[in-house]
Design a protein around this ligand. Structure first.
Ligand SMILES: Cc1cc2nc3c(=O)[nH]c(=O)nc-3n(C[C@H](O)[C@H](O)[C@H](O)COP(=O)(O)OP(=O)(O)OC[C@H]3O[C@@H](n4cnc5c(N)ncnc54)[C@H](O)[C@@H]3O)c2cc1C
Length: 474
């Protein structure tokens, strides 16, 4: 292992490997990735491997389009298969609001150059004969949607980066990251110390802990997530072509073909935070205990939407954790208050967004700024008021709203009031509503406020020096 490097990327999941590859693509080759265990040892190996372009934020949708279109190039360059299945995907609409939302997405896609189209129930049945379209008004079809092999894809990024000169060091946990007076970093690892001109935190499930090594709090939290894999099912394997993905927002589920069976995953309302007190250092190669009772209602809905599921036996249940930021978008860019310290964390859809995140960060580091508007994922988009208690409430809300219709400039209710304007007391005295109202609905929901006692950071207390130290870039 070398003792000096231009960049030390911490973490060998799909995101760290994508950052490494994109840095080489932009001409930085004296760089290294340091991985605690083997590549893919965090969330990456659990992933269902689905990818899609749909995202309420236009710039995020464009980066997702970039990621998906990159895979063929990556396969050719690295000689490593990503196990691509471009089977297409349909997002169903069961309400007029959702139909309007999908039409608005389609309009956005048109100017982004993405070839999505609105389809009716007959067409949906033709594309996916196992889908019961009762109550479905239509859907958005995206021919680019599909799935891949998470491990093969991570290895493809890694191999392409290695071929360009990057070094990858495995089985070598990073224990310390210490800033030096000249702006470089001392990276203390199990097997020696490296001086790095730049550090990238791509530690995924452990991004909080790795951030704390540098004294920063990154507002992300892991959530448990479950999907089921069925036994071989004749209605699936007797079909003359692979079935497309179906996202059913009303049922909080996504479904795709896996070999001769199906995979169905859920973003259920009764979701659970994972590892509130920090991700265990020795976690990584095991699954969490499955909790089918949590997805009981969503499963019942899925049986009606896909009657074939009732006859298909369950082969495997996967319950694994992955991280979200408070608004569901990644935390990317230079971390405020630290020199030459970069974040590539909280990527909740690594196979839809990983390429775009890697490209954005590499442009920022090599060229001084990214080539497109990245406000939606800029790590500096939060203030220094953010705390783990706030993060948990917002992350739960975000997980529950994974399939909700989103509206422009929407204010969401969880964890409010937390940060108020100076006029807040005046408004309250004049009885302005303290509850949030969803657009188009008369229903008001009392927001779950973050209790006062929960406003202190809990992660890695010894090395933790609080939330972002100021919001200006160093
Ligand atoms: C059940 C499940 C299903 C999913 N399905 C999908 C899907 O269909 N599509 C999709 O796009 N995404 C899916 N995801 C999410 C996807 O897995 C994540 O977006 C992605 O894996 C995040 O990758 P990462 O590289 O950021 O983090 P991780 O995969 O967590 O990688 C972080 C790496 O950093 C290393 N590391 C940590 N600390 C240190 C240290 N101190 N020193 C050195 N190395 C360190 C770890 O060992 C690990 O290898 C799913 C996740 C789960 C759990």
């Amino acid at each position: 292992m070398k003792s000096h490097t231009r960049v030390a990327v911490i973490g060998g999941g799909v995101i760290g490997c994508s950052v490494l590859y994109h840095l080489t693509k932009l001409g930085w080759t004296d760089i290294m990735l340091i991985e605690r265990s083997e590549l893919t040892s965090g969330s990456t190996w659990h992933a269902a491997g689905g990818f899609h372009t749909l995202n309420a934020d236009t710039n995020m949708a464009a980066l997702q389009g970039y990621t998906i279109q990159l895979y063929r190039e990556l396969e050719e360059l690295s000689g490593q298969s990503c196990g691509l299945h471009h089977v297409g995907g349909i997002t169903l609409a069961g309400t007029p609001d959702r139909m309007d939302f999908l039409k608005a997405e389609r309009a956005k896609h048109r100017y982004m150059g993405l070839e999505t189209e609105i389809v009716g129930p007959d067409e949906i049945r033709k594309l996916s004969p196992i889908t019961n379209t009762d109550g479905v008004l239509g859907g958005l079809y995206d021919p680019l949607d599909g799935h891949l092999d998470p491990s093969g894809t991570t290895q493809a990024y890694a191999r392409a980066a290695r071929m360009a000169g990057a070094e990858i060091v495995l089985r070598n946990p990073v224990h310390e990251t210490n800033p030096l007076a000249d702006g470089t970093w001392q990276v203390v690892t199990e097997n020696g110390t490296i001086i790095a001109e730049h550090v990238v935190n791509a530690a995924g499930l452990w991004a909080r802990e790795v951030g704390a090594l540098a004294g920063v709090y990154l507002p992300l939290h892991p959530m448990e997530h479950q999907y089921l894999v069925t036994e071989d099912t004749p209605e699936v394997y007797e079909n003359d072509r692979e079935l497309p993905h179906v996202m059913d927002p009303e049922g909080e589920s996504y479904l795709r073909q896996e070999g001769r069976g199906l995979v169905i995953g859920f973003y259920e309302q009764a979701c659970e935070h994972w590892a509130v007190d920090g991700t265990p250092a020795d976690f990584g190669h095991e699954l969490l205990t499955d909790k089918l009772d949590r997805i009981g209602d969503a499963l019942q809905f899925a049986f009606r939407r896909y009657p074939v599921l009732e006859r298909a036996g369950i082969k495997t249940i996967v319950n694994g954790p992955f991280t979200f930021a408070t608004d569901g978008n990644p935390l990317v860019g230079p971390v405020p208050g630290l020199r030459n310290y970069w974040s590539a964390c909280a990527v909740m859809a690594g196979f839809s967004q990983g390429g775009g995140v890697g490209l954005t960060l590499a442009e920022w580091m090599v060229e001084g700024e990214p080539s497109r508007d990245v406000f939606a994922m800029d790590v500096a988009r939060f203030g220094d008021w953010i705390t783990p208690g706030y993060t948990r409430e917002k992350v739960r809300e975000n997980y529950q709203r994974r399939f909700s219709v989103s509206y422009p400039n929407e204010e969401l209710p969880a964890a409010r009031p937390f940060q108020t304007t100076p006029a807040y007391g005046l408004w309250q005295a004049r009885r302005a509503p303290a509850t949030a109202r969803r657009p188009g609905s008369s229903e008001t929901a009392a927001p779950p406020a973050v209790p006062r006692w929960d406003r202190t950071p809990k992660i890695a207390a010894d090395s933790f020096r609080g939330p972002f130290r100021g919001c200006s870039r160093a």
